[in-house]
Structures are given as structure tokens and as C-alpha cells.
Write a protein that binds this ligand. Structure first.
Ligand SMILES: Cc1cc2nc3c(=O)[nH]c(=O)nc-3n(C[C@H](O)[C@H](O)[C@H](O)COP(=O)(O)OP(=O)(O)OC[C@H]3O[C@@H](n4cnc5c(N)ncnc54)[C@H](O)[C@@H]3O)c2cc1C
Length: 359
């Protein structure tokens, strides 16, 4: 009957950087359900600034309901995917015509935005009242946190412990060396090729022993070690054969999983050969939204947009003014890359909020 035609059902699993942009875009032309264990979206690269600057946390966490006005939100983790439905932890069977998998990582397990803001506040107080802070992990998270704390609290004793031979191993050695030099200039002690048995740390101890036998002063410590990719829930699913050894989903050039006609994946969970970055995850989301619109309108497969992997480039902030930036051939560090040409000082907060249509 005219006027009662059913709209296509799109289920988006994961409301992170990629899933939020996609859900926002497709709500205009489809019935959308967003499944996420958290009621809110958070900008992962703003977490460290949010810990030292609480007003920033207010802007870097956004309830899904703020940008998804015409969609349904299910606050639960997905636990399986069949050819017709997504199954959630709390027992919902969510039917779909198209599904988009965007379960990159789980950074926070706190369900509500209020709980998340409270956690930022607790961590902020721990930093403020500690004389000594130990950060475990010399990847981008550990380096950025050490830099943020060193800038805001220059009198604290900060130690960064990293098990690898150099910092920032995900990019070239020059970037790691420049970050090391910067941290040392801010009196951060960096211990390389040493590890910490985290389970052995007790709240009462002010000193922690490293694998090399040395003692590190630590009134408080932060664990900044890599988070696993969020694909374990697909272990028994219809796409299990397309999960690679690293837990990433194999996608084709249209970002469809294993070439299946109605299952897409975007963001960090994909096996696209490029760096795993938020800006690229947002690009995947925009492309898949376009492809879904075309398919729903009855467009042909040959008209689908194709994704081209991006060239490697990365940036690690060193406080509010400095940064290490690596493009495919060159590495730059210091004040200039920290300026807005490369990466705005607000960490793309205005841009990200604008993408989601929230002010
Ligand atoms: C400290 C840090 C600094 C970074 N710096 C930068 C940077 O400078 N520039 C940049 O571009 N990128 C940066 N990144 C990387 C960027 O944050 C990621 O590339 C981006 O978050 C990937 O987006 P995503 O949507 O794929 O995954 P995520 O943003 O990780 O979102 C995944 C979502 O899926 C949900 N989820 C997980 N499992 C399930 C499940 N079973 N069911 C339902 N939902 C689930 C999670 O709750 C989450 O909401 C940084 C990351 C970190 C941690």
C-alpha cells in the first residue's frame, strides 16, 4: 500500500568514532538501531586531556541520544551475529537488512556518561594528590599521558616504564627518539626494556620493583597498554571465517565483510592496510553511509564507492603546544607540529562535535 512501505533496517554495532558518524548519517533514510554497551560516545584521543582538564571531559563525552534523534539505542554488548539478527548480551534479537560492524576497541566499561565523568574526576584527584606517578606503557597513550601530566604538574616525579627498546614503536624510530628527548627535557624518567608485574602492585606500597630490579616511586600508577580489538563477540558468528589472526575483519574495497552483500565493517576492526586512526574511521563511516544509501535506493553494486587506504601519517601530542608528527617520509617534532596546521589544539573537538551535529 502506498505510504506504508517499510524503511530499510540498519543495525550499527559499536558507537565509537566510526559507528557514531555512520549512525548519525543513515538515520535520515533508514530505521537505525545502535548497539553499544555505553550510553555515550567518547573521543578516545581526548581521554588524557580530559583527565587533567575536567572541562574538556564535558565536551569529549556525548550521549548517543544527543546525535541519534531518529534512531533506537540499545545499551548492551553484541554477543553474536546471524544472517538475520544481532544478538545482545541482555537477550535482544535485533533484526537487520544491513549491519555495520564498528566495535574497534572498548576503552571504558562504564555504562553512563555521569559515571565516566566521575572516573575522570577521580583520576584527576589521584594525579593532583600524588607526589610520584608511574605510567606503564610507552605507546601513544602512555607518552601522551606522561606529557600532559609533566606539563600541568612539573613538580611531580613521573616515571614512564616501557617493555620495548624504544617509545612509539607503532611509528618510525625517529619519532620515538624525539618523544624520548622531549620527555627527558621535562624531567620525566623513562625506563626502556623493563616491565612491571602489575598484579604485584599493592595500594600500600609507594615503591614498585621493575623487571630489571630497580625501584620506581609511585603514589599512583596508570596502565597504558594496548587494548585488544573488539572482535571476540564474532567468534561463533556468520562472519567468523573473515576474522584474521589479529582479530580484524577482512573487508573488500566497498568495505563489505568477505564480499557479503549486506554486512559492512568500519574503523579499527577492519584489516585495511593503513594506520588505525579516528580520522580514517570517520572516512570509512562516510563512505559506507553513501554505499548504504545507494543500495537502499536500488543502485547497482558496480556503482558502490571504493575505499583507498591512506598513506601512513601519525601525530602524538606532547602537552598542549608540542607534538611529534610523522608523514610517510619525514618526522617532525616540537612547537610547529603542535600548532593548528597539523592538529588543532582542541584535538578536533569542534570538528568531531560538528560531525555529530552537537554544539
Ligand atoms: C590515546 C589514544 C590516542 C589516539 N590518538 C589519535 C589521533 O591522534 N588521531 C587519530 O586519528 N586517532 C587517534 N587514536 C585512534 C582512534 O581513537 C581510533 O582509531 C578510533 O577510535 C577507532 O574508531 P572505531 O569506531 O573503529 O573504534 P572505537 O572508537 O574504539 O569504538 C568502538 C565502539 O564499539 C563498542 N563496542 C566494543 N565491543 C562491542 C560489542 N561487543 N558490542 C557493541 N559495542 C561494542 C565500544 O563501546 C565503542 O563504543 C587514538 C587512540 C587512543 C586510545
Amino acid at each position: 500500500m502506498e505510504g506504508t512501505e517499510r524503511r530499510a533496517r540498519i543495525v550499527v554495532v559499536g558507537g565509537g568514532v566510526a559507528g557514531s558518524v555512520l549512525a548519525k548519517a543513515v538515520q535520515q533514510f533508514a530505521d537505525v538501531v545502535l548497539i553499544d554497551p555505553k550510553e555515550y560516545f567518547e573521543v578516545p584521543w581526548a581521554d588524557l586531556r580530559s583527565t587533567v582538564e575536567l572541562s574538556f571531559a564535558e565536551r569529549s563525552t556525548i550521549n548517543h541520544s544527543e546525535y541519534l534523534k531518529n534512531g533506537k539505542i540499545i545499551t548492551s554488548a553484541a554477543v553474536n551475529l546471524t544472517d538475520k539478527e544481532v544478538v545482545t548480551e541482555d537477550g535482544c534479537l535485533v533484526p537487520y537488512d544491513y549491519v555495520v560492524i564498528a566495535t574497534g576497541h572498548t576503552y571504558s566499561s562504564l555504562r553512563t556518561r555521569r559515571e565516566r565523568l566521575q572516573k575522570f574526576q577521580e583520576d584527576n584527584l589521584k594525579i593532583r594528590f600524588a607526589d610520584s606517578i608511574m605510567i606503564v606503557g610507552g605507546g601513544p597513550t602512555g607518552v601522551e599521558l606522561a606529557a600532559e601530566v609533566a606539563m600541568d604538574y612539573p613538580d611531580k616525579k613521573i616515571t614512564l616504564v616501557h617493555s620495548g627498546p624504544r617509545l612509539l614503536q607503532f611509528i618510525g624510530p625517529k619519532a620515538g627518539a624525539k618523544a624520548l628527548e622531549w620527555l627527558k627535557s621535562k624531567n620525566v624518567e623513562v625506563l626502556l626494556e623493563q616491565s612491571i608485574d602489575v598484579d604485584s602492585i599493592s595500594v600500600a606500597d609507594r615503591e614498585v620493583r621493575t623487571s630489571a630490579g630497580g625501584l620506581v616511586l609511585a603514589d599512583h600508577h596508570f596502565l597504558c597498554v594496548g587494548k585488544p580489538v573488539g572482535s571476540t563477540w564474532l567468534r561463533d558468528s556468520i562472519v567468523k571465517e573473515y576474522v584474521d589472526r589479529k582479530g580484524r575483519l577482512m573487508v573488500d574495497e566497498n568495505l563489505r565483510v568477505g564480499g557479503l552483500p549486506n554486512i559492512f565493517a568500519i574503523g579499527d576492526i577492519t584489516d585495511i592496510p593503513e594506520m588505525k586512526q579516528g580520522v580514517l574511521a570517520q572516512r570509512h563511516a562516510t563512505l559506507v553511509a553513501k554505499n548504504l544509501k545507494l543500495l537502499i535506493k536500488g543502485g547497482k553494486d558496480c556503482k558502490l564507492a571504493k575505499y583507498r587506504p591512506s598513506r601512513p601519517s601519525a601525530k602524538v601530542s606532547l602537552g598542549r603546544k608540542d607534538a611529534v608528527v610523522q608523514f610517510s617520509m619525514i618526522t617532525v617534532s616540537g612547537f610547529v607540529p603542535g600548532m593548528g596546521f597539523f592538529w588543532p589544539r582542541d584535538l578536533f573537538m569542534v570538528k568531531t562535535r560538528k560531525l555529530l551535529g552537537v554544539d
